[in-house]
Design a binder for this molecule. Structure first.
Ligand code: GLV
Ligand code: GLV
Length: 318
């Protein structure tokens, strides 16, 4: 019998994912965080036929060059900005990600972040836990009501659309910007209007929610001029990728009152948080958890593992 293909899973994940890979491959599991270093990944990669990597693992051109035996890299994420796709193509490495399975969890998580921010939930909880609650007050912790407000979505793929549907149910008007305009049928069914100019979307939105991939075009798309267009009553929600936002500019805008507040799940240099964000007023910060439900994270792992088995073992596990 031919030797089993060698697979590197860069850090421990769900038992089910490990067992699926172990059943069909010679599996090595790394320690958490070790392969966040490009050099460590480059030094190890030549031993493996398959890689199941995290969004924190940089599969750069340098790593791809050293990946002599690698036939497939499956990312435990839908976003693939940690992977140099051109380099992988050049070195015949197939790349897989996990689209579809995290759409609803991510859209739910976005609404949780949005509501937590605009209704000031963490701030109110802190007040209560600090034993400052002295009874109901008509003007205590007033926040923003979603009905009749305008939501501006940047990135109208699966997740953006799922957020649009939820926000329509809350009575919001939905406008969007996307690389490509959606079909009129889809726009009609979502009740969303296309805005060609991101700055116009900024000016018209009460809440801007980001759901685009990180690319050269979207890097720092949310910068000082964009934040100034949003204005003092508007909120920013980011559950896409940190570098879509110029964090220093956002930090300043929050401290200066250029915008009203923010709900932020992703950061420019994870796990570092920009100091201006850490102490920004009217801001909810969470550690990249928008897709974090057991059901979704398990499905993502099984999908990624399945992609590896399809390439290396020519099998469909389902
Ligand atoms: C999470 O951020 C993902 O891209 O799946
Ligand atoms: C608030 O608690 C109300 O009953 O209006």
């Amino acid at each position: 019998m031919a030797a089993k293909p060698r697979v590197l899973l860069t850090e421990p994940v769900f038992t089910e994912v490990r067992e699926l890979l172990e059943a069909h491959t010679d599996l090595t599991i790394g320690s958490r965080g070790v392969y966040n270093s490009e050099q460590t990944l480059a030094d190890a990669i030549s031993r493996y036929d398959g890689l199941l990597c995290m969004l924190s693992n940089p599969l750069t051109g340098h790593v791809a060059e050293r990946a002599r035996n690698l036939k497939v890299a499956a990312n435990y994420a839908v976003g693939v900005n940690n992977i140099d796709l051109d380099a992988c193509r050049e070195h015949n490495i197939r790349v897989a990600n996990t689209p579809g399975v995290l759409t609803d969890a991510t859209a739910d998580g976005t609404l949780a972040l949005m509501l937590a921010a605009v209704r000031r939930i963490p701030e109110a909880q802190d007040y209560l836990r600090e034993e400052k609650f002295d009874g109901w007050h008509p003007t205590g912790f007033l926040g923003l009501e979603l009905r009749e407000k305008t939501l501006g979505i940047i990135g109208m793929g699966r997740i953006g659309q799922a957020v649009a549907t939820r926000c329509k149910a809350f009575g919001m008007d939905v406008i969007y910007h996307n690389r490509n305009r959606l079909s009129t049928e889809l726009e009609d069914s979502l009740g969303a209007s296309y805005i060609p100019d991101p700055l116009e979307l900024a000016a018209r939105s009460d809440i801007v929610s980001l759901h685009c991939p990180l690319t050269q075009e979207t890097h720092h798309l949310i910068n000082k001029p964009f934040l100034e267009k949003m204005g003092a009553d508007s909120w920013l929600i980011n559950a896409s990728r940190g570098p879509v936002v110029d964090e220093a500019a956002l930090g300043e805008a929050l401290h200066n009152g250029t915008i009203a507040g923010a709900g932020i799940d992703v950061f420019e240099k994870e796990p570092e948080i920009h100091p201006l964000l850490l102490n920004a007023p009217n801001t909810v910060l969470v550690p990249h958890i928008t897709s974090a439900t057991r059901r979704t994270r398990l499905k993502m792992g099984m999908l990624a593992a399945g992609a590896i088995l399809r390439v290396l073992c020519d099998m469909d596990h389902e």
